[in-house]
Design a protein around this ligand. Structure first.
Ligand SMILES: Cc1cc2nc3c(=O)[nH]c(=O)nc-3n(C[C@H](O)[C@H](O)[C@H](O)COP(=O)(O)OP(=O)(O)OC[C@H]3O[C@@H](n4cnc5c(N)ncnc54)[C@H](O)[C@@H]3O)c2cc1C
Length: 484
């Protein structure tokens, strides 16, 4: 399941004789992979130890060190394999926040788009593949904690069916759209994670939601433009309304400090100044350098009113789920026959906070590893579908109202800075919302989707509430309110 790079790279490497049913609810353009700007973190001999160290430091000692060594140690190999497939990476590696070296391999400033467009062509040629396009999954069928099949519905016609199989690979991404301010593609809403949670799969580290510090600010989340950390790596500096470089007081790496520290510094500065954004001052970059290194961002800047002052308004937004479905080093979840790769999985690489550009590395590494090993576990089963009564593809309810409520609760109570009382209140509100939705119970696809998303939100809220101390991107400000 999924149309992002985790799914696509898995399929590329899957042995040709394995029969595949590929469930895509939309095209690859609606994935976070397509939006990835910066690139892939890759270390060559001589730099491997410092890449490991940077990952462990960012992860706030909550990473699985053995697994970190396995993944980072293989990064050169991952890169070579991508280059062999014909992807033309730029010559010069970039540096991003939290990295002590310039090691981000990239294709211009739209790495995800170029890579996915390239690999998509390759997987479309695969035989033994049944493509279920426009289908979203709402339930996992299982027996005695073993996978049996999936309940799918066609998001335009409402056709509903059960599809049986011997293994399920979830490559369904993160949870950005559970938050009112986020950087994610519209389809990335935690619904598959919620579905898996309802089926009883174990999760890990869900409280660690990373906020990207620099989304181009627009009221009501109307812009989805992310300003890559590489832009700060090239010399842009975070400044307050009055032009003060406030990160200088906070961390030795200033604007290039790890993401959680930058997001927190911005949050505090915005609160202090009573404003909704700060600025990136890019006067140190010449127009030539800006245009050559960041052509996409340059296009956006040229159309704006702020470009003449070389100060871009930016604000933090929910970006990446460091936790997810608990998997072992072979991508196995807690349910027999169910695997998870990419952002939906928690492998232990990121710990309490992801180091920039380690996520594409992680998904390339594990999707290939799983594809090469999964045949050991697969048994032949008879292929059959069961057609169920159709669902309505549209809702008669005002679901947008409930979704907005959920997103606001998540943003306000489980956002960049959390308090015990805020999380307690937020969890109660989410549970109240769940109760209201249960009372409405509608046989429609949007309803099922929202209900699953809400399950993911509640699980994140519970994990956050249960972690009383700050760690990595889970920042708790103490207050005096008692426990549940
Ligand atoms: C703006 C942005 C920039 C980024 N830049 C970088 C970067 O430079 N380097 C880096 O390492 N990482 C970056 N990341 C993170 C990285 O892009 C993601 O972690 C990664 O692409 C996730 O890939 P994936 O295949 O796991 O999920 P995705 O690419 O998000 O794909 C998930 C797929 O699952 C589908 N899906 C979801 N729910 C369902 C359902 N219920 N039924 C059917 N299908 C479903 C979605 O439609 C989608 O096709 C960035 C993220 C964003 C948002």
């Amino acid at each position: 399941m999924g149309a992002g790079l985790a799914a696509i790279n898995f399929i590329r490497h899957l042995p040709k004789e394995i029969e595949l049913v590929w469930v895509l609810n939309e095209g690859y353009q609606k994935s976070n992979s397509y939006l990835a700007k910066g690139g892939v973190a890759v270390s060559f001999p001589g730099d491997v130890e410092s890449h490991i160290e940077d990952t462990l430091v960012a992860g706030a000692s909550a990473c699985d060190e053995q697994l970190v060594r396995e993944v980072i140690g293989a990064s050169e190999q991952v890169f070579t394999s991508m280059k062999k497939s014909g992807i033309l990476f730029d010559e010069e590696a970039l540096q991003e926040g939290g990295h002590s070296q310039a090691r981000i391999q990239h294709v211009s400033d739209q790495t995800g788009k170029f890579v996915i467009e390239h690999l998509w062509q390759e997987v479309l040629k695969r035989r033994n593949t049944r493509l279920l396009f426009n289908y979203c999954a709402s339930d996992i069928l299982c027996e005695n904690n073993a996978f049996k099949g999936l309940q799918l519905s066609h998001r335009i016609t409402g056709e509903q069916m059960l599809v049986y199989g011997s293994a399920l690979v979830l490559a369904t991404g993160g949870v950005g759209n559970l938050y009112s301010m986020n950087t994610n593609a519209i389809t990335v809403n935690g619904s598959a994670l919620g579905m898996a949670i309802r089926a009883g799969l174990k999760t890990k580290n869900l409280e660690f939601v990373q906020f990207h510090p620099t989304k181009l600010y627009s009221p009501y989340n109307s812009s989805q433009v992310l300003v890559t950390e590489a832009f700060r790596g090239a010399g842009a500096v975070l400044v307050s309304e009055s032009g003060y470089a406030f990160m200088d007081d906070i961390h030795p790496l200033a604007s290039l400090a790890p993401r959680d520290i930058v997001a927190l510094g911005m949050f505090n500065q915005m609160k202090k100044d009573g404003v909704l954004h700060v600025y990136l001052d890019y006067s140190a970059l010449s127009d030539d350098e800006f245009q050559t290194k960041f052509p996409y961002l340059f296009q956006q800047a040229r159309r704006s009113t702020w470009h003449k002052n070389k100060r871009m308004p930016v604000a933090p937004a929910a970006h990446y789920l460091c936790g997810g479905l608990k998997v072992n080093a072979n991508c196995k979840t807690s349910m027999l026959g169910v695997y998870a790769i990419g952002e939906v999985a928690c492998t232990g690489l990121h710990g309490a906070n992801r180091l920039a550009s380690n996520s594409l590395l992680e998904l390339f590494y594990f999707s290939e590893k799983l594809a090469k090993n999964i045949s050991d576990d697969i048994q032949v089963i008879e292929e059959k579908d069961t057609i169920l009564e159709s669902l309505s593809p549209v809702s008669q309810l005002d679901l947008a109202k409930y979704e907005k409520q959920m997103q606001c609760i998540m943003w306000q109570n489980f956002g960049i800075v959390r308090t015990s009382s805020g999380m307690h209140a937020g969890l109660s509100k989410l549970q109240e919302l769940e109760f209201q939705l249960c009372m409405l119970a509608e046989a429609s696809i949007p309803y099922r989707r929202l209900f699953n998303s809400l399950q993911a939100a509640i699980c994140i809220a519970k994990s956050a509430y249960n972690r009383k101390q700050s760690l990595g991107c889970h920042v708790v400000k103490q207050d005096n309110v008692c426990a549940l």
